[in-house]
Design a protein around this ligand. Structure first.
Ligand code: TMP
Ligand code: ASP
Length: 239
């Protein structure tokens, strides 16, 4: 598989063309941003961890019957994925109150919900990724009603899969963000990444944060937290 010209550079990844028009290569960086790019930094080794973690989790999700963009890991930082056109929605599932939910609704972080919640944000940096509901997404032609139904079904199922997996690692899955894309035939598949950048992961016993909130909130021990969460995943994956 030949790595051709760079098509795109995002905050955490670069995307390259290949000699197959249906396949792309993503290359994970150590760059970290928060608050819509306002805060910038480097998390040494993050690209390797996010690449490998996302690939392991996507394979698990694919096995459970949900289609993903994952094809093959090429190197520590590079993965071959199916080309998709991204549905411009950030799909957020929450099991426990934290972050913007706690702030918006005045709920203490750590309050466990009776059942998981879902919300959408319109992926638009210039507007600051505003919260939107399914009707807004349809009015903006971001996705069809059928696509939104599929996305909701997949997202809740992915939550069940990931929650159970992380529980086995002694980790509580607090919340996470997913992105979906359309293949050239219109099939909706899970895309982007699932990593400590895009999930809140707390130690089940101590509630220690093992995710990007350590960077966002200047808690220190950022690299150690990424290494620890990857170690837990690998140890459990190999059981
Ligand atoms: P929030 O509480 O800040 O809305 O974040 C909810 C989840 O989404 C959390 O696990 C972090 C993740 N997230 C992203 O992956 N990208 C983003 O740009 C934001 C704001 C959150
Ligand atoms: N990556 C996002 C940004 O830079 C925010 C975040 O993950 O908190 O805007």
């Amino acid at each position: 598989m030949e790595k051709l010209q760079q098509l795109y550079e995002g905050k955490a990844k670069k995307v390259f063309a290949t000699d197959d028009p249906e396949l792309l290569i993503v290359d994970y960086k150590d760059d970290a941003t928060a608050f819509n790019g306002l805060k910038k930094g480097t998390i040494v080794g993050k690209g390797v961890i996010n690449n490998q973690m996302s690939n392991r989790l996507m394979q698990r999700i694919e096995k459970a019957g949900i289609p993903t963009h994952y094809v093959r890991e090429l190197s520590q930082r590079e993965t071959l994925v199916k080309r998709v056109s991204i549905v411009p929605l950030e799909v957020i599932i929450r099991n426990i109150a934290a972050g913007s939910f706690s702030k918006r609704y005045g709920v203490e972080e750590g309050v466990v919900f009776d059942s998981p919640t879902i919300e959408f944000s319109y992926k638009n940096d210039a507007l600051g990724d505003p919260l939107c509901n399914a009707y807004h997404a349809m009015a903006l032609h971001l996705a069809t009603e059928a696509e939104i139904e599929t996305i909701k079904r997949y997202a809740f199922r992915i939550n069940e899969i990931l929650r159970e997996f992380w529980a086995g690692c002694g980790v509580t899955l607090v919340d996470f963000k997913l992105e979906f894309g359309r293949l050239s035939d219109g099939t909706v598949v899970l895309a982007d990444e699932i990593s400590p950048d895009t999930c809140r992961l707390w130690d089940s016993k101590t509630h220690e944060k093992l995710d990007k909130d350590r960077f966002r909130r200047d808690l220190g021990g950022v690299e150690d937290a990424y290494a620890e969460i990857m170690h837990r995943l690998v140890a459990h994956d190999e059981l």
